[in-house]
Design a protein around this ligand. Sequence first.
Ligand SMILES: NC(=O)C1=CN([C@@H]2O[C@H](COP(=O)(O)OP(=O)(O)OC[C@H]3O[C@@H](n4cnc5c(N)ncnc54)[C@H](O)[C@@H]3O)[C@@H](O)[C@H]2O)C=CC1
Ligand SMILES: C[N+](C)(C)CC(=O)CC(=O)[O-]
Length: 507
Amino acid sequence: MPIEKFAPISRAACIGGGVIGGGWVARFLLAGIDVRLFDPHPDAERIVAEVLANAERAYGLLTSAPLPRRGRLSFCASVAEAVEGAQWVQESVPERLDLKRRVLAEIDAAAPAEALIGSSTSGLKPTDLQEGLTHPGRLFVAHPYNPVYLLPLVEIVGGAQTVPATVERAKAVLDAIGMKGVVIAREIEAFVGDRLLEALWREALWLIKDDICDVETLDDVIRYSFGLRWAQMGLFQTYRIAGGEAGMRHFLAQFGPCLQWPWTKLTDVVDLDDTLVEKIGAQSDAQAAGLSIRELERIRDENLVGIVQALKAGQSGEGWGAGKLLKEFEQRLWAQAGHTAPPVDMKAPLELVETRVSPAWIDYNGHMTEHRYLQVFGDATDALLRRIGVDLAYVEGGHSYYTVETHLRHLDEAKLGEGLVCTTQILATDEKRLHVFHRLHAGPERREIATGEHMLLHVDTSAGRATPAAAQVLSALDAIAAAHAGLERPAAAGRAIGHKARLATPA
Ligand SMILES: NC(=O)C1=CN([C@@H]2O[C@H](COP(=O)(O)OP(=O)(O)OC[C@H]3O[C@@H](n4cnc5c(N)ncnc54)[C@H](O)[C@@H]3O)[C@@H](O)[C@H]2O)C=CC1
Ligand SMILES: C[N+](C)(C)CC(=O)CC(=O)[O-]
């Protein structure tokens, strides 16, 4: 049976709830997956609750997409109790081979036959972890990065006895929860990420030991320079650009010899013979997928403006790297929400969007900047459209609503991290037009901080002209409009900008 690209699960078990186990718990719960946790630490419940609170705060800032209902968390008294009914078991106990083998044997003995078993190990080889297991074919390394709830990468590494379908299923489950499962072709100690990090780490320790710099200087060197580049293009694509118009081959020719000079404390240097240069050059060409150095430079520069949220806008709006992943995940969440939107009280203005003021939304005046108001109102309009059946499938079918007029009023400030709720009232509709009035409320006291009045037209998107909406859309819309007919019309509806002209005093 073919394995689906996205394979959602509903039940996971976490064995170990420390830094990484707690991060996995949060990642699963916030993806709507129920989690059963076993960790004998006396403070495990408090620690996990704190990690979860931070994760929820972070998600509030990261995305306004409709996250699924949070999964249920249960604390269990044993490994066997935790893994009962689990579709994915994630082991995150301390990095000791003997302990991991013992815990994995317990998991293997009690978990359902079809459960996937991932280990968070940072460097132990999966073949070594499989020793002594009865069903080793379902065990693999799922190496995440801290914090697991925000960083999407998981290195998936199979051992000698891991069956290929396990790796495919693991990748599909990770994809479904917005993570990036990267399959590592051959197992080695520390895989790819930690092998790289270890090399940097060793050098860093030498630099400190030799009094070349202190740790703050060292961290500044990373965070004001290549650390920013790495987040958006990694190493090879970045160096391709650094080779100028001649790209990667020129870069290798110019800087390859430096590897033989005493620039680093590591002496085991790769021999950059013609074959290897050509291999890397060819792979770099493929990775660039036809983009020129100039295009890559522009993409790089756009991406450097920020991290994940900015990366969502990379590659001319298509998204790039971790930002593209987030964008695609959000699109799936929006699409799912269109079909599973919770019921709302139709007699009141609809509460369709709840979000939080993100750091990227704050301007030089220290409060939410003006275009973010329109963003939230736009999100509320989109949520209304999905509710009446104008979802991605409808748009792909060639019809949509376009906003043709907007009037925003800014009534109060919103500060960093404040919770926002947008309510939506339908003022009028006909077969082509939709007239809506949004109110934005902030904080627990729900201060009204802005209103947005918008006129939308239903369009045939390929013809580029207004056309009546589909019957089922009009009927869903009419039901809400009829319920809203009993609401008081907002005093500000239809208002123009007021300005009392002052007569110039004659000299
Ligand atoms: N900390 C990091 O940056 C990263 C760590 N990892 C890996 O994740 C694993 C866990 O590391 P951390 O979370 O950092 O360690 P940690 O020390 O924060 O957490 C380990 C947890 O396991 C629990 N534990 C101990 N024995 C147990 C048992 N028999 N059954 C269930 N729980 C048990 C402990 O009470 C503790 O809460 C390691 O394999 C590590 O290499 C992977 C990626 C990053
Ligand atoms: C230090 N570490 C080896 C545990 C780090 C990792 O495994 C990944 C990370 O989050 O940096």
